[in-house]
Design a protein around this ligand. Structure first.
Ligand code: GP9
Ligand code: MN
Length: 670
């Protein structure tokens, strides 16, 4: 038996196998990675191989018996890394990243609880190392010394790199642009593994810190001059008209404006949203030529743009790569100038899109994530909580906030691939044969019904009368990959011009006590939201770095930039280097100088925005005399750990007393 086991190769293979099995068991038993198809299952099993071969392969450079010591040391280091992540995950439901390591307060929150997180069964983590040491002592005398020094390690390490390439290829099949779009860390670990994720994280951090280091305080002056100059004076009648009111901001996932008034099988798809757009109650103003401006960051981009009046990055999500930046977000300004309490409500894990990090920089006081909601099986589909229970259970959370508040509710069910339970589907799917497009209308209807009920509940709670309500669509739901189906549905060819027009998403505002303006045709985009909101509550946007302008202003600049440099104005559209006349939809043979200048303006603005984000330039900018920069340390998002849901708990609480008391640390509004 000893003879068969007595070779360096066997020792190496056994070590690699041990580490492989250990890593896989950790994935299964310690992490909650949400594996939901067989390809993901397979990748989870496969993904530790690449880094194990690569790192253990290093030991093969060492000659003689010492190689064994190196194998054991590397094995131990990788185990420590894994175990540190396990401990961190047990507490935070998240993985260790460089920003987390540099942010010692996070460990502070672990406090003395490290001991309580450890379990006796954790001793199993060293079983393989003990066995390896035994094997080493037992067999090393019989090891032969290899003649070549570099061949073996290089072969093994190259095999590791190759395994990674294959891994990534299949991962991107399941989740396109996985690394570029920098999804949730749980996703990346699920697809490429905990070790590869750590390398990815290091590369990302090095890249982003170099750009930051090269920036200096003069850079912001250039941006400031531009934005101060672009500023549009507020509409006098509306400036400050919503002062002191709450802001309830509703994020309609994947909702494109073509849905408004669209009829399928002779029925309106979203009758309630239609009624708001058509201002049947004389309350809402609907901007029919409003566009999303997002790129790879999708939802995260929409949130960033709307709340900061900056563009997202050309690649990746600033939510992830620029999470440590200084921001002067809409909620932070509201808080600074008018003492708002800021909250975000969303029925998904808190770390998706790195929200739990960036929200601190945005001065978000409360983050009601999935742990606050009833996530039982019936309530969940696709990415997370269904919109109906989400909106319903959000009302008591809103009531718990101190007024005035800014609350951002992010819907989720109307998300690709538009899954819906049979009992929730109240309209038949479309019949294009493109499954996800066909279901798109069913989840849109579901969102519409959820929203309608939410309005009823808001009115009942009394919040409706005290709150500005702002509704916006985050980004397209039907991508160009589905043009044949879209063309059937809209009964026209989806040309590049048409595809640009389809990037319209709704933007609607309702101010209590103010009559709505019905449908407004002014052109605007997500970047214009923040200055608009600031003016409504009576804060001059000019003091802040804003690339958009107030949509209610007479001077509002009516051009809309897309992140790739294409753009739209009321008269013409520029897509892929071609200018089109909006009326005739035909290419313009000879674009005017003015059109070309507009293009330069667009590129200039996008470039300025990139400079702000890449250089973290807002750290050099003091907007007003009494501006207090956001201090991340002031914000901490605990998970709700009540035995019942927040809503249930809240109701119980209400039954006991009508006065303010606390439910797991949350003040109940009197
Ligand atoms: C997840 C949700 C979806 O929490 O916001 O993000 P998206 O895929 O639309 O960017
Ligand atoms: Mn989205």
């Amino acid at each position: 038996m000893r003879k068969t086991l007595s070779s360096k190769a066997t020792f190496f293979i056994i070590a690699a196998l041990f580490l492989w099995i250990k890593s896989y068991l950790v994935y299964i038993f310690e992490f909650d990675l949400g594996v939901n198809n067989s390809l993901q299952e397979l990748l989870l099993l496969f993904n530790p191989i690449s880094s194990i071969l690569f790192f253990l392969g290093i030991a093969l450079f060492i000659k003689g018996q010492k190689m064994g010591v190196w194998v054991i040391t590397i094995q131990a280091l990788m185990t420590i890394f894994l175990y540190a992540n396990v401990m961190f995950y047990r507490f935070n439901n998240d993985f260790i990243t460089i920003p987390v390591l540099t942010q010692t307060s996070n460990f502070g929150s672990l406090g003395g609880s490290v001991a309580s997180l450890a379990q006796w069964s954790d001793l199993l983590y060293i079983v393989d190392i003990v066995l390896l040491i035994g094997l080493y002592v037992w067999t090393r005398k019989d090891w032969t010394i290899s003649k070549t020094r570099f061949r073996k390690p290089l072969i093994v390490m190259t095999a590791g790199i190759l395994a990674f390439t294959v891994n990534l290829h299949f991962a991107e099949k399941d989740r396109p642009e996985l690394l570029k779009r920098t999804f949730d860390r749980n996703y990346i670990v699920k697809y490429i593994g905990a070790y590869n994720f750590a390398i990815y994280d290091i590369v990302q951090n090095v890249q982003s810190s170099t750009q930051r280091v090269l920036a200096d305080s003069n850079d912001i002056t250039v941006v400031e001059n531009y934005t101060k100059n672009k500023f549009a004076e507020p509409n006098e009648e509306l400036f400050g008209i919503g002062e002191g009111k709450n802001i309830i901001k509703i994020h309609l996932e994947s909702y494109q404006s073509f849905l408004i008034d669209y009829e399928l099988h002779g029925k309106e798809v979203t009758p309630f949203i239609n009624s708001l757009a058509n201002d049947q109650n004389h309350e809402f103003t609907y901007f029919e030529n409003f566009f999303h401006q997002t790129e790879q960051g999708k939802t995260a981009d929409a949130e960033l743009i709307v709340d900061n009046s900056l563009f997202g990055l050309p690649q990746g999500a600033a939510f992830v790569t620029k999470a440590k930046n200084t921001y002067q977000s809409l909620p932070s300004v509201l808080k600074n100038e008018q003492d708002y309490t800021n909250a975000i409500l969303h029925g998904d894990g808190k770390s998706f899109w790195n929200r739990d990090e960036i929200y601190k920089q945005f001065a978000i006081d409360e983050f009601f994530d999935e742990t606050y909601y009833d996530m039982s099986e019936d309530n969940v589909i696709g990415y997370g909580l269904k919109d109906k229970p989400f909106f319903e259970d959000s009302v008591p959370m809103l009531e718990s906030l101190e007024e005035p508040f800014y609350a951002h509710l992010i819907s989720l069910t109307h998300h690709h691939p538009y899954l819906i339970d049979e009992e929730d589907a109240t309209i038949a799917p479309a019949e294009t044969g493109d499954k996800s497009v066909d279901r798109y209308f069913q989840t849109a209807r579901y969102l519409d019904e959820a929203l309608e009920q939410f309005f009823i509940d808001l009115k009942e709670s009394g919040l409706y009368d005290d709150s500005i309500i702002m509704i916006y669509g985050d980004h397209y739901g039907v991508s160009n990959n589905h043009n044949p189906a879209m063309s059937k549905l809209l009964d026209r060819e989806i040309t590049p011009f048409e595809s640009a027009q389809l990037q319209r998403v709704p933007f609607m505002v309702r101010i209590p006590g103010v009559e709505g303006q019905g449908t407004v045709s002014n052109y605007s985009g997500q970047v214009d939201v923040m200055p608009t909101m600031l003016h409504l509550v009576g804060i001059r946007a000019q003091d802040y770095i804003q690339l958009g302008t107030d949509v209610f202003s007479e001077d509002h600049k009516q051009y809309v930039a897309f992140r790739n440099g294409d753009f739209i104005t009321p008269e013409y559209t520029m897509v892929q280097d071609t200018y089109y006349d909006n009326e005739t939809e035909e290419p313009i043979e000879e674009p005017t100088e003015e059109m070309k200048e507009m293009r330069d303006t667009i590129l200039h603005e996008l470039g300025l925005s990139d400079k702000v984000l890449q250089g973290d330039l807002l750290r050099y900018y003091t907007p007003t005399d009494n501006w207090a920069p956001v201090n991340k340390k002031d914000y901490f998002y605990s998970e709700y750990d009540g035995e019942s849901t927040f809503a249930e708990d809240y109701r119980k609480q209400q039954a006991i007393t009508e006065h303010s008391s606390s439910t797991n640390g949350f003040e109940i509004r009197e």
